[in-house]
Design a protein around this ligand. Sequence first.
Ligand code: BDR
Ligand code: CA
Length: 309
Amino acid sequence: RTKAIIDCDPGHDDAVAILLAARHFDLLGVTTVGGNAPVWRVTENALRVLELIGRPEVPVARGAAGPILGSLPRAGERVHGATGLDGAELPRGSNRVITKGAVEFLVETVMGNPGTVVIATGPLTNLALAMRVEPRLAKSIARLSIMGGSATWGNVTAAAEFNAWADPEAAHIVFSSGARITMCGLDLTRQAAVGPETIARFRAVGTHTAEVVADLLEHYRAAAERVYGTPAVPLHDPCAVAALAAPELFEVTPAHVAVELRGEETRGMTVVDRRFLGAEAAEQRRAAGAPEPNCRLATRVDAEGLFRL
Ligand code: BDR
Ligand code: CA
């Protein structure tokens, strides 16, 4: 089994991403980052999710409390609530967070376990810091699957997606690191939106975990409906897990992605060079002097396949 670490800020969709990662990978650890809620809360949530699925032995390492510049925004609370995981009863975690911090854990675990993939479903602060601490890290991650950014419009602002917007400097460091990145942005995850019928299907699986997942998703869906006016909520973070666990469900294309750091209206926007999408555009790209692709951009997902998974 492929070894994996998930770096996350649970978060309703992060919680489902942890379940999926634990099921499909040899999960070496969960690292947490302030994002949807303060880091102590999302860390507690990660412990609870692991307890729920009977995997309390998976190490949880706490990471950055806020972005590289500025402070942790509170926008995540609008959909995830004050706890980051409002709406379901989760067991108290029986294990404790390990003493090693997330940055050190990421460096040591990836460097010590060749072939490890990393799935990032929160702001990219921990990964950026880890890449600074260990310059060989970026090239040592077998693949880095990111839920973040957008090739079209944003969610937290008109231009920016939450994870990229919450720490644009970190996103910039990661996207320009030379790591083998797969990007699952909003235009992909919006194809995998769950409405009441899909949530009912999950509940009908009949296990306790399914019940909790359905409760969490129903809360998430209703909150998103209040904020965005749409009855179905994108299952953002599980896409980043599935992109590696079930690549046959996805269409991907090489693309260059830059992160906007200075725009007045566009800070945190992921600028996808759509002029030269795809491998077949390589010649034109060179002729135009445009930058080489720095990631595989996921453009389509088979939503039904994802829900089955
Ligand atoms: C991302 O932001 C968070 O609210 C979700 O957990 C997801 O990672 C979507 O923009
Ligand atoms: Ca998240």
